[in-house]
Design a protein around this ligand. Structure first.
Ligand SMILES: NC(=O)c1ccc[n+]([C@@H]2O[C@H](COP(=O)([O-])OP(=O)(O)OC[C@H]3O[C@@H](n4cnc5c(N)ncnc54)[C@H](O)[C@@H]3O)[C@@H](O)[C@H]2O)c1
Length: 362
């Protein structure tokens, strides 16, 4: 059963998010809403192309369509790939009127979005998220980027899409490990901004594990609404938007230490959120009963709450590179109750080490 829904993001460049729509209906929407489109550039991964390109293209008989295929992997969010996309786009005659369609997960959304933001000084683009993480998180908010040897997402732009077009049926082929990455961000959204979503996740744990489609529609819609709300209050991340980084200061340190190989983003966020929760508990910000609920939900969904054999001192040092830090001071996001979080600027290294020690199995 498809639940069709439309949400409006009223940022500096407003756009709509459509949920529960079909890939094959995007062509008719673009023709009706935008008119005058002659050329589409679809950027996608091989596996996503295999499963979904035909359905998408069926709706595009009115347009010239070219497909640019990018190998999977975080390493493809690079300047080298951006340069290759540029050559390919020029070769197929893309001009200022072309529209980029990002068909895939967060890697494709970030890469194709950044490409669209700089190609001929900016051409239009559409997000068509096909992973849970992209549906609940990365396709919303207008952040696009590529990585650089000096840091993740170091080169990027705030570049909102024309529209986000979410077909839930794409989740059917998504491997469970990838689903877990999206679930980690969903739990994060619930902890930082929606106590009712948290209860919904608690109640429906088994249905989530059983991958019941209706439950995913509901959790996606509620989860992305947390992000939409926060982003609309602070589009350019000057304050409140930092809350969305709950778990990420700790999580990025784990990912960097493993050179983005040994630990997925979702697992990093999951363990990072637990470390932040322990730190909040040690400060008396959150009750032990709420800490237990967070631990139980994360564990119950099959996400990790601990990690083996890491050196807390090294991880503490890696946290110094966090983009949120200001004037050498670590900026952390801590939950003070389920459904609410705070930006904390005065955490000392000792407290952070204690939190690391609680999530590291010696
Ligand atoms: N811009 C933002 O606000 C934001 C927010 C969070 C994360 N991100 C970025 O998102 C990226 C991670 O995104 P991700 O978790 O979606 O991973 P991903 O884009 O790497 O996709 C994961 C894998 O799933 C495959 N895949 C995608 N859709 C599929 C489908 N429907 N069926 C089968 N396989 C499918 C892909 O080919 C890929 O191999 C990171 O680069 C991260 O920095 C960006």
């Amino acid at each position: 059963m498809k639940m069709k829904q439309k949400l409006e993001v009223t940022s500096s460049r407003p756009y709509s998010i459509f949920l529960g729509v079909g890939l094959e209906d995007l062509g008719a929407y673009l023709e009706k809403e935008l008119g005058g489109i002659e050329h589409l550039l679809i950027v996608t991964h091989p596996r996503v192309k295999e499963h979904y390109l035909e359905r998408l293209i069926n709706g595009f008989s009115a347009f010239q369509c070219d497909v640019l295929v990018v190998p999977p992997g975080e390493e493809e969010k690079s300047l080298e790939r951006l340069s290759k996309l540029t050559s390919e786009a020029v070769a197929c005659g893309a001009d200022r009127h072309s529209v980029v369609l990002a068909l895939g997960g967060g890697v494709i959304g970030d890469l194709a979005g950044f490409f669209a933001s700089v190609y001929m000084r900016g051409i239009r683009f559409v997000q068509i998220p096909t992973t849970l993480l992209a549906q609940v998180d990365s396709s919303i908010g207008g952040k696009t980027a590529v990585n650089h040897p000096s840091g993740k997402n170091l080169l990027g732009a705030f570049y909102p899409p024309l529209v986000v077009w979410t077909d839930f049926s794409t989740l059917e082929t998504l491997p469970w490990e990838e689903v877990l990455n999206g679930l980690a961000e969903t739990v994060k959204h619930a902890v930082l901004g929606d106590a009712a979503l948290f209860s919904f996740l608690e109640t429906n744990q088994q249905k989530i594990i059983d991958r019941i489609p209706e439950i995913y529609q509901e959790l996606t819609s509620r989860s992305l609404q947390v992000k939409v709300r926060v982003v609309m209050e602070d589009e350019k991340e000057k304050g409140q938007r930092m809350l969305l980084n709950l778990g990420h200061s700790f999580g990025h340190a784990l990912e960097t230490e493993a050179a983005y190989q040994g630990i997925s983003h979702g697992k990093g966020v999951s363990i990072g959120m637990i470390a932040a929760t322990y730190l909040a508990e040690a400060r008396g910000l959150i009750t032990s009963a709420e800490v237990k609920r967070i631990l139980d939900l994360v564990k119950g969904l099959g996400l990790p709450i601990q990690i083996q054999g890491k050196d807390p001192e090294i991880l503490l040092h890696l946290m110094e590179a966090d983009k949120k830090n200001q004037k050498g001071q670590k900026v952390l996001i801590l939950p003070d109750k389920i459904g609410h979080a705070l930006v904390v600027r005065d955490a000392c290294d000792e407290e952070i080490l204690q939190a690391w020690n609680k999530v590291i199995i010696k």
